[in-house]
Design a protein around this ligand. Structure first.
Ligand SMILES: [Zn+2]
Length: 250
């Protein structure tokens, strides 16, 4: 073929366009694959964000010698939790009850590890890292039990009562949840809202049997008044300590 030939020019032009398009398509595809892999990786992290495996949980025997209980005062620091109609902050009540509970257990020679003992938290102001840090404290301590203390809140202001959550599928978790729930209902006389299986991230990340107690509803004015009352906080702490000791001694 001769340069300048019209047919040659057309073929040359079409070939050049085809090459450019192929290179562009290839580049796009590579970028797409890279992004897709990143997305997948992120999704994997989101879906499976537990820091321990279920096998680790199953083979876990807990502490040797003195029993170790992690007492976790819900929220704290940057995170106030729910706020009552009278301005009570969940994080203050959970801390007060956690300290009272810890003291009662310590008096019975239980080794108590607190995730926090005041309003200063050791983890970053980030909910995911916050919950993971609490779980790590428990896993590093080789705890026999992790108890997390919270107050409930609901848009309907007349809802009230105590409920206890345990890790879905955990036999020990269910057992201790029932003991705590029954003892609170009996001793504190808050309405019995029962025990419930859940899949909270803290349940997935803590190796030891884990329960989360929602003592009462902070948005219910009557319960808010009782929850911030030191005498009632003592009652809650005593009831939980009684149930925990029953569980640990068997
Ligand atoms: Zn809470």
């Amino acid at each position: 073929m001769i340069r300048g030939d019209k047919r040659f020019n057309n073929i040359f032009f079409i070939t050049t366009i085809a090459i450019i398009l192929t290179v562009l398509a290839l580049g796009y595809n590579l970028t797409y694959e890279k992004n897709r892999n990143n997305t997948f990786k992120n999704n994997t992290n989101l879906e499976d964000n537990s820091i321990v495996t279920s096998a680790e949980k199953e083979s876990y025997l807990g502490a040797k010698g003195n029993k170790v209980v992690v007492v976790d005062a819900g929220h704290g620091g940057y995170d106030a939790g729910s706020i009552g109609q009278r301005g009570t902050r969940e994080k203050d009540v959970t801390l007060a009850v956690a300290l009272k509970l810890g003291l009662l257990l310590e008096k019975q020679d239980v080794k108590v590890i607190y995730t926090r003992k005041n309003d200063k938290v050791t983890w970053p102001s980030n909910n995911k890292q916050d919950l993971e840090a609490r779980a790590r404290i428990s896993n590093n301590a080789g705890a026999d039990l992790f108890i997390s203390i919270h107050l409930n809140s609901y848009k309907m202001k007349n809802v009230r009562g105590t409920e206890t959550y345990y890790s879905k599928g955990s036999i020990k978790g269910k057992e201790i949840a029932q003991l705590i729930q029954d003892q609170i209902v009996k001793d504190v006389k808050f309405e019995d809202r029962g025990i419930k299986p859940e899949d909270y991230s803290v349940f997935r990340n803590v190796i030891a049997p884990t329960v989360l107690v929602e003592l009462g509803y902070i948005n219910n004015k009557a319960e808010e008044a009782l929850l911030k009352d030191s005498g009632y906080q003592d009652k809650f702490a005593k009831a939980m300590a009684k149930a925990i000791l029953k569980y640990l001694k068997k």
